[in-house]
Design a protein around this ligand. Structure first.
Ligand SMILES: Nc1ncnc2c1ncn2[C@@H]1O[C@H](COP(=O)(O)OP(=O)(O)O)[C@@H](O)[C@H]1O
Ligand SMILES: [Mg+2]
Length: 306
């Protein structure tokens, strides 16, 4: 059994959307002609504003995709639609053989802020995702939560409250909670954005190491990851593929394979200083810069996407 694969029973009764999607891995994501508008203003000045323009995106099972772009370019909107939390205005999204829907027990969603319940002990927070899913006994949940906390280095904190943990430790607990129900798809919305640079690198390395070991020990069972970030370095370091997004309206401007070898978790610190990394960073940075209007970046924008 792989590191983060569980032995829970499944009671999933979803039906295939159509013949084309039958037989695809459950972590396969298909986004077809998706747009999303939001209403702005009131009364006579009410209008629909296009937040995301025609997105077509195929993400095969087991791929680690980073969505990178400045704030407001629709990254969270796209993630929410994949999670089934928000319907598209037009187009379709399928995960495996089903339309995106909520709840979807195949999806784990992790936010920038840990979103742990402050009154629940850490171990009970990690159990939360399993409580709402079928197939988990009480004892099974507890064992699994402890296993996941061990995996992220929180063995001594099962019974602590979130308020007693550092920001980095809370994000570790959030990783454990997201992985615990063993979803096929991980949706992560700027999960390390609130951390200081050092803690961020440590958690990037640990998360990547868990994800890479999982895939390498078990063939095609690696989880699909859609990882939102405005940090270009983070996107290149972690992902198999970087999708560059631009705002007004939000759209995909570039789709790039990252040729860095795997496993790479242990080498993240060194990769940052390689010519290959610098070249990738330089070229994506200019892709973001070139389409941001005036050509030259303001200091604010530069900080937003660096
Ligand atoms: N619920 C909402 N109501 C109105 N506008 C929204 C809503 N959610 C997002 N938007 C708008 O859609 C655009 C994209 O937002 P978002 O997906 O949050 O961008 P990002 O995650 O890239 O920062 C922004 O202009 C934002 O103001
Ligand atoms: Mg966002």
């Amino acid at each position: 059994m792989s590191l983060i694969t569980s032995s829970r029973s499944s009671t999933d009764s979803r039906q295939p959307v159509d013949a084309r999607s039958a037989g695809r891995g459950r972590g396969h994501i298909e986004v077809r002609g998706v747009t999303r508008s939001f209403a702005t203003g009131k009364g006579k000045s009410r209008a629909d504003r296009l937040a995301l323009d025609t997105v077509d995106l195929t993400i095969p099972q087991g791929q680690f995709v980073a969505l990178v772009g400045a704030s407001g370019c629709g990254k969270t909107t796209l993630l929410n639609m994949i999670a089934g939390l928000l319907p598209p205005s037009t187009g379709t999204i399928t995960l495996g053989e089903s339309h995106a829907q909520c709840p979807n027990f195949d999806v784990g969603y992790m936010f920038a802020r840990h979103a742990l319940l402050p009154w629940r002990k850490v171990v009970r927070n990690v159990e939360l995702g399993m409580e709402v899913r079928p197939g988990w006994s009480r004892g099974g949940r507890r064992r699994r939560a402890q296993e996941m906390l061990d995996l992220v280095g929180l063995s001594s904190y099962y019974h602590a409250l979130p308020g007693e943990l550092s920001q980095g430790m809370r994000q570790r607990a959030a990783i454990a909670r997201t992985l615990a129900p063993d979803p096929n798809v991980l949706l992560m919305d700027e999960p390390f954005a609130a951390l200081d640079a050092r803690t961020k690198l440590v958690l990037q390395r640990e998360f990547l190491s868990i994800w890479e070991r999982d895939g390498f020990s078990d063939g095609d069972t690696r989880k699909t990851v859609v990882f939102v970030t405005h940090d270009l370095s983070e996107a290149i370091l972690l992902a198999d593929r970087v999708i560059v997004m631009l705002p007004s309206p939000g759209r995909i401007a570039g789709d790039h394979v990252i040729p860095l070898p795997r496993p790479r978790a242990d080498d993240l610190g060194d990769i940052l200083f390689t010519d290959q990394f610098r070249e990738l960073h330089h070229s994506f940075f200019h892709e973001l810069e070139g389409a941001m209007g005036s050509g030259a970046l303001t200091k604010d924008k530069e900080e937003e996407v660096a």
